[in-house]
Design a protein. Structure first.
Length: 302
């Protein structure tokens, strides 16, 4: 939908801006044999890998897939298993498509920029681009070529050869970047076409379904917020003797030292029975203890 397109566009723009800042402040080619390739590939690949992992981690569908559990009473049949596999594959493809936006943008922009690629492969340029005497050894040739990304290290007599090599590598890098963009655009377009062809829904029905899923999730989130607030309010009222935000509070409860200790500390989830959990220490205390103890009456305003 439009929200997905806008979100992907924002991610791409932020990635482009981040790449430019990252290159400006951190990238400095070592211009040394054996180190250029590692340095250039690290700047190309590691940020892309990090962005891919972040893309997976920030997608709610990833955690639905990881944390989703089939009810133990559901009978597993071959048709159910096949349907489950198809659904998992579809969700994985959807998650991966969203997660690839940032890393592909990073790779495309860095390749079009050319600096990382020039640094990484300068020492592997073919011999005929290096106008040296025949008696120069291969190791010496690689050493000189490795210095080409750093103009200040290149002897004046090799300035022309250096410019030719830099132009060649920048050309290769930019072509690779545009080819990557073209492949991604064509793949996305064909994926949407195939999804539309194999979809059991018509175009308008699909739009209705997308709108329904979006609205259902929004309403569910709102209900979750309100329900959890009301549920937590009962436990807070039991502990303190009043509801936060209430007017004309008549009395408050003074928790004991033992009760403060009972709700303090670290806790995640505590299983109560087959169907229920205690969500916090305060929740556990409220379900187990009686709200007795000391109460302090609040004088009303005259």
């Amino acid at each position: 939908g439009k929200e997905v397109i806008i979100a992907n566009a924002i991610i791409a723009i932020l990635t482009i801006g981040g790449q430019q800042l990252f290159s400006f402040f951190t990238f400095s080619c070592p211009c040394h044999v054996g180190q250029n390739l590692i340095y250039g590939l690290a700047f190309l690949g590691v940020p892309a890998l990090i962005l891919l992992i972040v893309g997976y981690a920030l997608n709610n569908q990833t955690w639905r897939l990881v944390m989703g559990k089939r009810p133990h009473f559901e009978r597993v049949t071959s048709s159910n298993r096949l349907l489950k596999c198809k659904l998992v594959c579809f969700v994985l493809c959807s998650i991966t498509g969203r997660a690839l936006v940032a890393p592909v943008t990073w790779l495309a922009v860095t390749l079009i920029n050319g600096s990382y690629y020039i640094c990484a492969v300068s020492e592997y340029v073919p011999e005929y681009y290096y106008g040296a005497a025949p008696n120069v050894t291969a190791s010496e040739r690689s050493r000189i070529l490795a210095t080409f990304p750093c103009s200040q290290l290149v002897p004046p007599e090799l300035a022309r050869a250096r410019d030719e090599v830099i132009l060649l590598l920048r050309y290769q890098s930019q072509v690779a970047g545009w080819l990557l963009i073209a492949v991604v655009v064509i793949t996305v377009f064909l994926s949407y076409c195939l999804a539309g062809c194999f979809s059991p829904l018509s175009f308008l029905h699909f739009r209705y379904w997308s709108s329904y899923v979006h609205n259902e999730q929004e309403l569910f989130d709102e209900a979750t917020e309100q329900h959890s607030r009301l549920y937590a309010m009962q436990h807070v009222r039991k502990f303190f003797g009043f509801v936060p935000g209430s007017e004309n509070v008549k009395e408050i409860r003074i928790p004991s030292l033992r009760e403060w200790q009972a709700i303090s500390g670290l806790a995640f989830l505590k299983r109560v029975d087959e169907e229920h959990y205690d969500y916090s220490l305060l929740h556990d205390w409220a379900l187990k203890e009686r709200a007795s103890g000391k109460y302090l009456r609040i004088d009303e305003e005259p």
